[in-house]
Design a protein around this ligand. Sequence first.
Ligand code: 5GP
Length: 128
Amino acid sequence: MSAAVIAYDPNNIFARILRGEIPCKKVYEDEHALAFHDINPQAKIHVLVIAKGAYVSMADFSIKASDKEIVGFFRAEGTTAEKLGVIESGYRLLANHGPNSHQEVPHLHVHIFGGQKLGRMIAVERQS
Ligand code: 5GP
């Protein structure tokens, strides 16, 4: 593991969703990923695709995951987008890693936003 990536916490909220300890509104599931609606949606469609493996973030995943897991995760993202019906209209993917991104849950996930015009790119905080 890169020294810059924190250790995985098996009690994070998404690990608990994967274990079925906390319910979710499922969109798609396969051996590599689970996709479900975000509890606090930031767009008309806001779905999270989370890895089945114990990875903190995309940085951690890209270092430690097998090729099979990486391919499986991104195929699951594509399948989820297709199930959501956003391929034609368009959608945005977002993956937070670390403090500057305000990553809230330390388990690899990608946000899928869609169902409406999303504006351009990101909002950046003012530097003090
Ligand atoms: P992050 O900031 O880590 O990229 O995003 C974490 C996301 O997880 C947030 O958009 C937040 O609303 C969502 N979230 C946090 N807890 C839960 C939960 O218990 N259930 C669901 N469905 N989403 C959650």
